[in-house]
Design a protein around this ligand. Structure first.
Ligand code: BGC
Length: 791
């Protein structure tokens, strides 16, 4: 076989300036073009032409990655093309099959900014806002733009596949990686993920939607057995993945660490073959999460094509199994075929001439817009915001005002060149900050940081710096110096650990005291107080929100976060974000609070390859079933602090003239509604369509999100008509007894809302006969009875 590398080398000479294009070339010069070289052939034909040319050993090598350099402990054995990338596939140099490079992650490309022996260049990537924040924009075109910018960095830094987007469900606010995920709702998560995949892949690199599936906690994440009913799995935990697979066909899917109903996701044929490929039509590659699963042979059989980052032990076990007849070679061939198809479309194989020089300035602008559009205004009494008068002085309280958190930790982190803090953003926008307060905080933070040891490894997550304690008299001094107070409350979390209830979901005593003291001091002199939430996921707000005048959920807004907050504070951007996740009053109100993070089944800690701690065998039972997030709050009349879909604007909107294209459901129904800006400033509104199904054989949530649309920027008085389409699948619930998506006959209510708790217009249509919308396989059945918590 002729080396593919060589062919590409010649091609790139022949086509300088248009490196993206491929063309079949007779590299032998013998007058014939091999099938695998012929780019007019399908990827599948080309890969199938390579397969018989490979030895068994070569095939198995392609199925197991090349291993991994742990951040901070690089081994000279594993030569990295892109330092800081998470892994790479095995090259077969003699055949010209290159190694693909894979790198995280959801908020931007994670690679090392500095390289050994290279003191002149830097390799920073843009930190975009976290996924929960981009989802808060409810704007798929914006997310696609973010994806496109991210994909460009992936390609320009020589990476082939971005290990993103992540789209697990926000089952519980303590989930340590929720910031990497979009929403508690699978429709919103699926739409966001599809937009991100389309954006990234439009640049010619691949994505890996992850972590498939039901990976909703970090505690014992590699050993946890998630026990869930088929209905909850299909309707909540798989549904968003189905949407992004069917709308965007990502190059790859990453299987999760956890077990589902007793079988690790990466060894789960039901999940990876029956559902993903047969039910949904996925035709790409499945890779494991890093070091996931225990049995490489079972992984191969399940349809987990590529084991990442790959260990010598996995290679030997697969090879041995084929040689001894324990694993059919046809299984290997099927998986190798998928690996080859992925390699064939990669920029590396195509010889893309990357320059390590993406347009970081242009991407910073995209990051800033995405952050500004993802901010959610939670409170704004007496129009405290925007602060249009820039002549006054702002006092910024709270450590994180000065040390803004751009994103979470672990593999979801990005090595960005800078993070614009709140105070820097305000200064850039022309505001004056209270200098004496700034000095006090900066001095404190400097001293605290000097006392802290540098984290020893990637796995070490430093404890947050305790909030600076200020006495009442110290605060009084600032009141005299300033005209308004901002208090930033910051939270961070990430891979390897879930959050805590005390001093994390709930505020610390010092934070509560700060809010109390600052508010009473400023209010005594008629001055206002705004809280900025620089957080990755839900915290408690109900106990303190009435003490302040404004609350802005600024999330973790990436490297431009401070500038984006200033855009909203100044009114340059009118906030239009809405919550992708419910904010509860108490932690106990969360429907999964009784079952999170499950129970340990042994007291033995298990370790994996290289002594990596895997945790303790444990299980979690999803007894809340489909009642996750607003599906629970709305059905059982539990008052949240802020409802799913909620968010304020500097203007107001009216909703009128809801009409349906038909009163009887045939193949689809279109709902039309007119939204008018009834306030004084221009703004955008997120319009949500919820559906209430009639009573039927299955219990139903009070309402479910079935569509959404965001208006353009409407000028005061301007209207826009929006259309939202309902398909049969939007009407259906999953009936495990029938292994089918079914819709009952009866009256359905279409509810157009500004949030799940603020329905503006309602209309009805009828379904004459029950519909079986989709027959599925019978898969992922739990092997025990799950007692539902709610019904
Ligand atoms: C994470 C994945 C990530 C991978 C590679 C794993 O620990 O769970 O999300 O893509 O590491 O860094």
């Amino acid at each position: 076989m002729k080396p593919l590398f060589l062919s590409v080398f010649f091609l790139s000479i022949a086509f300088l300036g248009c490196q993206d294009q491929q063309q079949s070339t007779d590299l032998n010069g013998n007058g014939t073009i091999e099938v695998y070289e012929d780019t007019s052939r399908s990827l599948s034909n080309r890969a199938a032409d390579i397969l018989p040319r490979l030895s068994l050993e070569q095939k198995v090598h392609l199925l197991v990655g090349r291993g991994m350099n742990m951040p901070g402990s690089e081994s000279p054995e594993i030569k990295e093309k892109v330092p800081g990338a998470a892994g790479s596939t095995y090259p077969l140099d003699s055949l010209g099959i290159p190694s693909l490079t894979l790198a995280d992650g959801p908020a931007g490309l994670r690679i090392q900014p500095h390289r050994k022996g290279d003191s002149t260049n830097t390799y920073y990537a843009t930190a975009f806002p976290i996924a929960s924040m981009t989802a808060s924009s409810w704007d798929t075109s914006l997310v696609k733009r973010v994806g496109k910018a991210m994909g460009n960095e992936v390609k320009e830094y020589g990476v082939d596949i971005l290990l993103a987007p992540a789209q697990n469900i926000h089952r519980n606010p303590l989930g340590g990686r929720n910031f990497e995920y979009y929403s508690e709702d699978p429709l919103l998560a699926g739409e966001m993920s599809a937009a991100m995949v389309n954006g990234v892949e439009s640049t010619g690199v691949g994505t890996s939607i992850k972590h498939f599936a039901a990976n909703n906690q970090e505690t014992n994440r590699m050993l946890i057995n998630t026990i869930a009913g088929e209905r909850a799995l299909r309707e909540i935990y798989l549904r968003g993945f189905k949407r992004s697979v069917q709308q965007a066909q990502p190059w790859t899917v990453m299987s999760a660490y956890n077990q589902i109903n007793g079988t690790p996701a990466s060894q789960n044929t039901d999940l990876l073959t029956t559902i993903l490929r047969e039910d949904w039509g996925f035709n790409g590659l499945v890779m494991t999460d890093w070091f996931a699963g225990q049995d490489p042979v079972a992984q191969m059989r399940a349809g987990n094509d590529l084991l990442m980052p790959g260990t010598p032990d996995q290679y030997s076990k697969i090879l041995e199994a084929v040689k001894s007849g324990g694993l059919d070679e046809s299984v290997i061939d099927r998986n190798v075929q998928r690996v080859l198809e992925t390699i064939l479309k990669s920029p590396t194989l195509q010889g893309y001439d990357y320059r390590d020089n993406p347009d970081l300035e242009a991407h910073a602008e995209v990051a800033r817009q995405a952050a500004a559009d993802g901010m959610v205004l939670l409170e704004n009494r007496q129009n405290t915001l925007p602060v249009s008068d820039q002549s006054g002085t702002i006092a910024a309280f709270g450590n994180t005002s000065y040390d803004f958190i751009s994103g979470g930790t672990g593999s979801g982190d990005v090595n960005e060149a800078y993070t614009v803090s709140l105070v820097k953003g305000l200064e850039n926008a022309g505001y004056t900050l209270d200098a004496s307060l700034q000095e006090k905080y900066e001095q404190y933070l400097k001293e605290e940081k000097a006392d802290r040891p540098e984290p020893e490894s990637f796995f070490d997550q430093p404890e947050p710096i305790p909030e600076l304690e200020l006495s009442k008299s110290e605060i009084e001094v600032q009141v005299a110096n300033s005209d308004i107070a901002f208090i930033t409350i910051g939270r961070n979390s990430g891979e390897f650990a879930d959050r805590k209830i005390e001093d994390d979901f709930y505020l610390t005593d010092t934070e509560q005291q700060l809010i109390e003291d600052v508010s009473s001091a400023y209010h005594n002199t008629g001055k206002k107080v705004v809280v900025i939430l620089n957080i990755g996921n839900v915290i408690e707000t109900a106990s303190w929100r009435d003490k302040v005048d404004g609350v802005l959920l600024a999330w973790q807004g990436g490297q431009e976060a401070g500038n984006a907050v200033a855009d909203v504070i100044s009114g340059r951007v009118n906030p239009s974000g809405k919550l992708p996740t419910t904010f509860t009053v108490e932690y106990e109100d969360v429907p999964s609070s009784k079952n999170f993070p499950g129970k340990e089944l042994s007291d033995k800690e298990v370790t994996g390859p290289g002594g990596i701690p895997l945790g303790t065998p444990s299980e979690v039972v999803y007894e809340e079933g489909i009642y996750v997030g607003y599906r629970y709050f709305n059905t059982f009349d539990v008052q949240p602090a802020y409802a799913f879909g909620y968010g304020l604007s500097y203007t107001s909107f009216s909703y009128d003239d809801l009409s349906l294209s038909n009163n009887e459901f045939q193949d689809e129904i279109t709902a039309s509604v007119t939204v008018t800006n009834t306030g004084d400033v221009a703004g955008k509104e997120v319009v949500q369509l919820y559906l209430t199904a009639p009573e039927g054989s299955l219990d139903k949530p009070a309402l479910e999100l079935k569509g959404f649309s965001k208006t353009k920027k409407l000028q005061p008085g301007e209207s826009q008509a929006l259309e939202l389409v309902l398909k049969p699948s939007d009407l259906a619930s999953y009936d495990p007894d029938k292994s089918a998506w079914v819709a009952d006959a009866g009256t359905y209510q279409v509810k157009i809302g500004a949030s799940s708790a603020d329905i503006k217009q309602t209309a009805e249509f009828n379904v004459a006969e029950p519909l079986t919308v989709e027959q599925t396989s019978n898969a992922l059945t739990p092997n025990r009875e799950i007692t539902p918590l709610f019904k």
